[in-house]
Design a protein around this ligand. Structure first.
Ligand code: ADP
Length: 494
């Protein structure tokens, strides 16, 4: 039954087994009842023999007492009747335990007929009469005693076959009930187990731990549900990609308007400096002109920076892993944004100089840049940013690190904590969504963390964040550790 390849077949097969069993039990019960019925008939027939023998004796006694011819005739009628009953021989009493008894009865009846006829023919007063009467009485007694024994034996046999039938019936009913319970359980296990497994797999898919549903059993219905589900997942993925592409296009529009807005400031500064220079050409003092030219130079640099960051966003670079020092990378990143770091913000680096990453250097720089810039935005004024990193062995547990950030093998665990404004749970749940921003137009496009997330995914790592409004935010990054170039874990301040 268990090898069948569809749930429907399994259920049909179980029904068939039950039907066959019920049929077998019905046939068995029918046959047993037939046997009991035959036994009852046999009992009745034997009782008939006994009653006839008793009648023979009754008329025999009457005849001996009153010497009436009618009693002798009645006696003869009953002798005929018992002979007719016995005429079928032992075949008509096939169920009898001792078939020899029938032959014995036949022989005794014949002798009895002979003896009573002889007695009737003996004239009254003859000395032979009393001895012949005695012979008739003895044979008559034997006739009754044989039939009586037969009746008792038959009654016992009937009783015992009824008891056997009752016990067998109880066993059959109990056995059938147990079998039905076991069958029901096996069937429900066969059906509910794959469904339970499917439920677990679907939960794993929604938790992002797997991307396709493996068929939990080879049953046709389950396989086709699994195939349909996987097809749906594939289509959803395609649609999601479409959506992302169109969102990216939409973001380019936002990005362009942001960039236009950003470029407007340096351009108008350059324009007004040029205006002044033009107006004062040949008259103004050279030191003022130098200030104006320096301003133009600075604003050009700002515009160039804006354009180059736009280019960076648009350009697709090939992913290439390098082996580099984390400290060097973070320090270089901090140098890039030095001018944007207010004096009252303290940034500490808490990891060994010898901690190396095997990652795409430029992409990781983008990660640190985006995270540090967000932290600075959240701090607005004075506060601190702490960047820590630790190598971790596969079997080690780090209580400070969120448990939902799972990466196989040895890892490097990085955390970036700021003392900024923090955010609400609702905001936290959306920060990695593309274009989610709480910042004003021109200040944020909501792509920073989305890009960070993509980059960490590309590295087969994971990123997560925790935050409490008013108490700062921490970003946790776990990256796979591919080489052993790690040094002491002494804390170092940067
Ligand atoms: P953007 O910086 O352009 O808004 P991001 O994707 O970098 O886009 O960030 C999305 C949003 O997440 C931000 O608008 C901000 O509300 C929130 N956020 C990110 N980092 C922090 C942080 N360190 N502290 C508080 N909020 C943050």
């Amino acid at each position: 039954m268990l090898l069948h390849s569809s749930l429907r077949q399994k259920i049909t097969f179980a029904y068939l087994v039950v039907a066959v069993l019920i049929l077998a039990v019905s046939v068995f019960t029918f046959e047993s009842l037939k046997r009991v019925e035959a036994r009852i008939l046999m009992s009745e027939r034997i009782s008939g023999l006994f009653e006839t023998a008793m009648e023979i004796r009754r008329f025999e006694r009457n005849y001996f007492l009153h010497a009436q011819a009618t009693d002798l005739a009645e006696n003869a009628v009953y002798i005929d009747r018992i002979e007719a009953m016995l005429s079928g021989g032992h075949q008509s009493f096939a169920l009898l335990e001792a078939p020899g008894q029938i032959e014995a009865l036949q022989e005794k009846t014949a002798r009895y007929r002979q003896q009573i006829s002889l007695y009737a023919a003996t004239p009254a007063g003859s000395p032979l009469r009393s001895s012949r009467e005695e012979q008739v009485r003895v044979t008559g007694k034997e006739l009754v005693s044989i039939t009586e024994t037969l009746v008792q034996t038959e009654r016992q046999l009937l009783q015992s076959s009824l008891t056997t039938f009752r016990i067998t019936l109880v066993f059959i009913v109990v056995g059938l009930a147990l079998f039905m319970i076991a069958l029901g359980q096996a069937l429900s296990r066969r059906i509910s187990q794959p469904l339970q497994q499917m439920e677990d797999n679907v939960a794993a898919i929604s938790a992002g731990r797997r991307d396709t549903l493996p068929p939990p059993s080879q049953d046709r219905e389950i396989v086709s549900i699994t195939l349909a589900f996987n097809q749906m997942l594939k289509e959803l993925e395609v649609r999601q990609k479409h959506l992302l592409r169109s969102e990216k296009l939409a973001s380019l529009g936002t990005l362009l308007s942001g960039v236009a807005h950003e470029l407007n400031n340096p351009l108008s500064n350059i324009w007004s400096s040029c205006q002044i220079l033009q107006e004062e050409l040949g008259e103004a003092d050279p030191s003022h002109q130098r200030v104006l030219l320096a301003q133009i130079d600075e604003q050009c640099e700002r515009a160039r920076h804006i354009v180059s960051s736009l280019r960076d966003f648009a350009r697709e670079r090939r992913f290439s892993r390098e082996h580099f020092s984390l400290r060097e990378l973070v320090e270089q990143t901090l140098r890039f944004i030095k001018s944007e770091i207010p004096g009252q913000v303290a940034i500490t680096l808490d990891f060994a100089d010898t901690l190396y990453l095997d990652a795409d250097r430029q992409r990781m720089q983008q990660v640190f840049l985006n995270l540090i810039k967000n932290a600075l935005d959240a701090i607005s004024g004075s506060g601190s940013i702490d960047i820590t990193a630790r190598p971790r062995r596969e079997d080690e547990t780090s209580p400070a690190f969120p448990s939902d950030c799972e990466v196989k093998g040895d890892t490097i665990d990085i955390s970036i904590r700021d003392s900024g404004a923090g955010m609400s749970a609702e905001c936290l749940s959306r920060i990695f969504d593309p274009f989610f921003t709480t910042k004003d137009v021109g200040h944020g496009m909501g792509l920073g963390l989305f890009i960070v997330y993509q980059i960490i995914e590309e590295h087969e790592g994971c990123i997560t964040a925790s935050s409490t409004q008013g108490q700062g935010t921490t970003f946790f990054i776990r990256l796979p550790r591919l080489s052993e170039h790690v040094g002491s874990q002494d804390a170092e301040a940067g």
